[in-house]
Design a protein around this ligand. Structure first.
Ligand SMILES: [Zn+2]
Length: 1085
């Protein structure tokens, strides 16, 4: 797991019942790139958890027109609502229990006994806990009317050291099994199923294998592949899989140097290059010196090479056993069938003692606080003095807390840190002592809860001041309590979102599973975490009776102020660290080589060769056919229909989507950005943040924030920019998104109006904080999502829309922010008037468009408020487009950062070659990613990921890699893609799978708000229903000939493409030596 628990969503009770960011088998690279940042709010308070990030291929652009997409459904600022308007009964609909009952004799026939069962009103589900009699395996069988079915199997896998066994095993079991004897059944499922979710995660103490699909046949196919994978994987007999996913020595020729390779090895090198991750891991390990959390289940790159194949096999034998498993089923399928499928696997085992051995020991509380200092790799550019990080961490209890206390602590966490107006967050940021918050507040997903808070971007001499400020603020909060408005706003926020249960494209059933498992895994009741109603009511009653201070102050005192189990972690920037680590690794490898005889070296070169050959040899067709797949007849011929009515209110276009939304209205108010002067564009993200966080003449920003919290489900503001196919001019807008219960729509539009028209850009100090926070966030993104930075940079060299996005979220933006920091001090009046100029240029009825999603009655009722809102907008006679003509200079570029892994990109515009968009391009680019690039960049190259992306709006086709040990070699792989396609042979089964997998992306599962939002984007980008139908038909009729022809088209990338890499200085130097100054070098950190 990514021990850095620090990057998760702040309002965890809400979107993200799970706050850990565990290691994923493969990272869904959405929402990390620049172009998707133009779709999501640029000011989320913490970066996005890979789990909550959208389960669609990386970027909006990749998604065919029919989806355009749930990846674009931005996470809301905050979900808030006044609880008094929202009774649980208003939302619950009855669910028939009869259909979901497994008769006892059926359960017995399959070897199960029913332990307990109940109807859970909060998720409108019948849940039954079964026990497999022979092995003791436990099964939660949850039945309801949700078509997005979820299965998951979870093992308790606490490691004893930092060799990364659980993580490497998580990767390896997906590399072939008894019934599915091919290299990677997982990849076949990625290619050819309709899954709505498919991945695997390693936590510090457990490993989860979840899948989801709306198609029942597809769902059971996925379940079977996963069950076979975990219980009967080939990897325990196949040393080469262990080498590939874990680690091995690579030696291409006895005369060359030996290197380490391995997918997990490189993934973890990437993790260990990120300061926030280093901090999180150091804190966790110091908080838990005596139990399993004191080591890294993900693997420390320095320790991973100590792992032996014997240990690896033994770990699987012991822990991947039914007796040590917890299994989850959820959705509208037949619950008896679930038990039948499971019995086929579980019956093959006898009970084992694993549950005793896998139990997580409790960490005893310290009697004294602890302080540790860690170094992290920093660049030598910039001011190293203001690069320290400081974080205070507490272990809150020596055993798990009861749910009511946990819920109360969750509220306390939201009150202290959940919004920009929350006091602890606000005071720390306003102190000017640091750039951004670190530490994620309350963390309650492990056995014992923790609390962490601190700052980064701190001067060394200010470290103590930060510590004192944290303590004095906590003391003050204990003594004075919280404002009533703040308590009410937090309460509503949490309640709105528990009830709305909007998990984005993350399946609802998976979110519930992770919530349940967080207690179940410790042998506690799996039903309890699903039931929030009673403890919530109890908490509300207590606050009403005793006052919030009486509820929260004792918690702050007991768990934090009087708690000696505190670990203070100080992080120091070290410009030498990255090269020292490199040198230390090289020294070990040199010693290894020196200790080898000539025969040994020849043998190693032979083994390296053999492994590569195996990796690059395609599976035989029989093996591929073993993975079950749908047939084309199972696939609907028409795209998913979103009802859309285009109307007009007061001369403004209004799009209405009549969909069931549980009485919530979702609205987008869109303004045209085309009239904005080019030089103002980089200020737009900060303009958006200022609207929500600066306050008006009558309201401080805290009051405004609380008002939004009490009356609506949240408001967010962000820019959206894209190329439009067939047009020179880009589509560029600012989007204001809001949601509210039907009875609060008037409040919602009033508040949007207030935010747009009344907010004053006068608070210099707050604006300065926004700049520092954005800078810290960009630096983080550069290290963690370098592929997104590289992609944006290439786009900016190839088209205007890309240039704009890069100005608002790429390396150019980081440079802009650095300069702006000074300008705010020297010329605040100028900055402030620029912000005002943006508002004047945007706010106009002429350039406005409204999009609303709700049921018909609520849509109609909302119109009068829309009309009133529009009346208040200024009108302009005409909106003139400003001259936007900038692009970055076209050369190849290397962005140098202190890192141990690289991000490698290459791209070109294929429309320039005369290529006309055809639906087959979606099938083909997905296929290249899942075969050629997966095999060469990941499997044999050792990178964590490699993929391609086709922006069908601009025509830019790009290749990208993620946490990549290579650089020029990866570019060579990209250049080979055209030839790969031209020489491709494939049978019908393979082609069908590729088509079905693409349809799975196109038809990705969306909740109502995402459907309405996708429809809006299609409208803005000029994609008609006819075009969607046409593309779908083209996808469905894709032929091998299309692949071969496309091979010619993408030769343009090889021949004329531009390359941008985000990489370490050593690798860039080496590349420039080898290929005579191929890259212009730019230092970014
Ligand atoms: Zn991994």
């Amino acid at each position: 797991m990514e021990t850095a628990v620090l990057l998760r969503s702040s309002n965890k009770l809400i979107f993200n019942p799970r706050h850990y960011s565990p290691h994923n088998f493969f990272r869904l690279l959405s929402s990390s790139s620049i172009s998707s940042s133009s779709l999501t709010p640029l000011n989320p308070h913490r970066s996005i958890n890979p789990l909550t990030s959208r389960s669609l291929p990386r970027r909006r652009k990749l998604i065919p027109p029919s989806a355009t997409s749930s990846s674009s459904s931005p996470s809301f600022h905050f979900n808030k609502h006044h609880f008094s308007t929202l009774s649980p009964h208003a939302i619950a609909t009855p669910y028939s229990l009869d259909a979901s009952t497994v008769p006892d004799e059926v359960a017995a026939k399959y070897g199960f006994e029913k332990v307990s069962g109940e109807f859970i009103g909060e998720c409108k589900s019948k849940a039954v806990l079964f026990k497999h009699k022979k092995t003791g395996a436990e099964v939660m069988s949850v039945s309801n009317d949700d078509e997005n079915k979820v299965f998951g199997i979870v093992f308790r896998t606490p490691p004893k050291d930092s060799t990364g066994i659980p993580h490497i095993l998580e990767h390896s079991v997906l590399c072939g099994s008894r019934k599915y004897p091919l290299k990677e059944p997982f990849v076949e499922l990625l290619k050819g199923s309709l899954h709505t979710f498919l991945n695997a995660f390693t936590y510090p103490d457990r490993t989860c294998y979840p899948v989801a699909s709306t198609n029942t046949k597809d769902f059971y196919n996925l379940v079977d592949v996963y069950l076979d994978a975990v219980f009967f994987p080939k990897c325990v007999e196949d040393y080469q899989t262990f080498q590939q996913e874990g680690w091995h020595f690579e030696l291409n020729d006895p005369s060359e140097e030996i290197s380490y390779k391995g997918v997990v090895f490189n993934e973890m090198k990437g993790v260990y290059s990120q300061p926030d991750n280093i901090l999180g891991r150091a804190a966790q390990q110091a908080l838990f010196p005596d139990n399993t959390y004191g080591v890294d289940s993900g693997g420390d790159p320095k320790v991973i090479p100590k792992l032996t194949f014997e240990q690896f096999k033994e770990f699987h034998g012991k822990y991947y056993h039914p007796s040590n498993a917890r299994i989850w089923f959820y959705g509208d399928d037949d619950p008896s069938e679930r038990l039948r499928i499971l019995s086929e696997y579980l019956d093959m085992f006898d009970a084992s003692s694993a549950p005793n051995e896998s139990r997580v020991e409790q960490q005893k509380l310290f009697s004294e606080p602890v302080r540790i200092i860690e170094k992290y790799p920093a660049g030598d550019g910039g001011d190293l003095k203001k690069k320290h990080m400081i974080c205070l961490n507490w272990l809150l209890a020596d055993k798990p807390l009861d749910l009511e206390t946990e819920l109360t602590l969750g509220f306390l966490d939201h009150l202290m840190l959940g919004t920009p107006a929350s006091p602890l967050r606000k005071i720390l940021l306003e102190s000017g002592l640091g750039d951004a918050i670190v530490g994620g507040g309350i963390e309650d997903e492990l056995l014992q809860p923790q609390f962490s808070i601190g700052l980064k971007g701190v001067f060394e001499e200010d470290i103590q001041k930060v510590e004192e400020l944290v303590m004095s603020t906590l003391k003050k909060l204990k003594e004075e309590g919280f404002e009533t408005e703040a308590v009410e706003a937090s309460m509503n926020t949490i309640e709105f979102s528990l009830r709305e249960n909007n998990t984005g494209s993350f399946p609802r059933g998976l979110s519930l599973m992770l919530r349940s498992i967080s207690k179940w895994i410790y042998d506690m009741n799996p039903f309890e975490p699903l039931k929030y109603e009673k403890p919530l009511m109890a908490l509300k009653a207590r606050i009403a009776e005793e006052g919030s201070k009486a509820v929260f102050s004792p918690l702050i005192e007991k768990f934090i102020l009087n708690n000696p189990h505190c670990v203070t972690v100080e992080m120091q920037p070290d410009p030498e660290k990255a090269s020292h680590d490199e040198a230390a690794e090289r020294e070990i490898l040199e010693k290894v080589k020196a200790s080898m005889t000539e025969e040994d070296l020849a043998e190693l070169a032979r083994a390296t060769q053999e492994l590569r050959l195996k990796q690059e040899t395609p599976d035989p067709p029989e093996a591929l056919r073993s993975v079950p797949s749908l047939i084309l007849r199972d696939i609907p011929k028409e795209p998913i229909h979103v009802p859309t009515e285009v109307g007009d209110i007061n001369g403004v276009k209004v799009l209405k989507h009549d969909l069931f939304t549980n009485d919530v209205l979702y609205a987008e108010i869109v303004f045209n950005m085309r009239s904005l002067k080019q030089e103002l564009l980089p200020l737009v993200p900060l303009f958006c943040q200022s609207l929500l966080e600066m306050g008006t003449k009558d309201l401080t920003f805290v009051q405004l924030n609380q008002l939004i919290g009490r009356k609506t489900g949240g408001i967010s503001v962000y820019p959206f920019t894209s190329s439009v196919r067939g047009r020179e001019d880009p589509c560029s807008h600012i989007v204001v998104r809001g949601k509210a219960m039907a009875g609060r729509v008037e409040d919602l539009f009033n508040l949007v109006n207030c935010v747009l028209q009344e907010v004053r850009f006068t608070d210099q100090q707050r604006f300065k904080q926004f700049v520092s926070q954005s800078k810290a966030r960009m630096e983080n993104r550069l290290r963690g999502s370098g592929h997104g930075i590289a992609a944006a940079r290439m786009d900016a060299k190839l088209n205007v829309a890309g240039w704009i996005s890069e100005q608002m979220g790429g390396v150019s933006y980081l440079e802009f922010l650095k300069a702006l920091e000074k300008r705010v001090d020297q010329d605040w009046a100028g900055v402030s008037s620029s912000l005002e100029e943006i508002r004047i240029s945007l706010l106009s009825k002429n350039g406005c468009l409204i999009n609303m999603t709700a049921d018909g009655k609520n849509l109609t009722n909302s119109e009068k408020y829309v009309s009133k809102f529009l009346d208040l907008l200024p009108s302009k006679s005409s909106v003139e487009a400003a001259a936007w003509n900038a692009q970055l200079s076209p050369g190849n570029e290397a962005i140098v950062i202190p890192t141990q892994v690289n991000y490698v990109g290459k791209a070109a515009n294929i429309y320039d070659t005369g290529y006309k968009l055809h639906g087959s391009a979606y099938v083909i680019s997905k296929y290249i990613s899942n075969t050629w690039l997966w095999d060469r960049v990941r499997v044999s190259g050792g990178a964590y990921g490699g993929f391609c992306d086709f922006d069908t709006h601009s025509g830019v086709f790009s290749f990208l890699s993620y946490r990549d040990p290579n650089l020029l070699k990866t570019l060579d792989v990209y250049d080979g893609s055209g030839a790969f396609l031209r020489e491709l042979e494939m049978d019908n089964d393979t082609l069908t799978k590729a088509i079905i997998g693409t349809i799975g992306d196109v038809d990705s599962y969306q909740l109502a708000d995402a459907k309405g939002y996708s429809s809006l984007l299609r409208y803005l980008l000029g994609i008609t229903e006819e075009e969607r139908q046409k593309r779908r038909e083209e996808i469905l009729s894709t032929s091998l000939k299309d692949f071969k022809e496309f091979g010619e088209v993408i030769e343009a990338v090889k021949d004329k493409g531009v390359s941008v890499v985000v990489a370490s200085p050593e690798d860039v130097d080496a590349a420039n030596k080898e290929r005579s100054n191929y890259f212009d070098v730019k230092k970014a950190l």
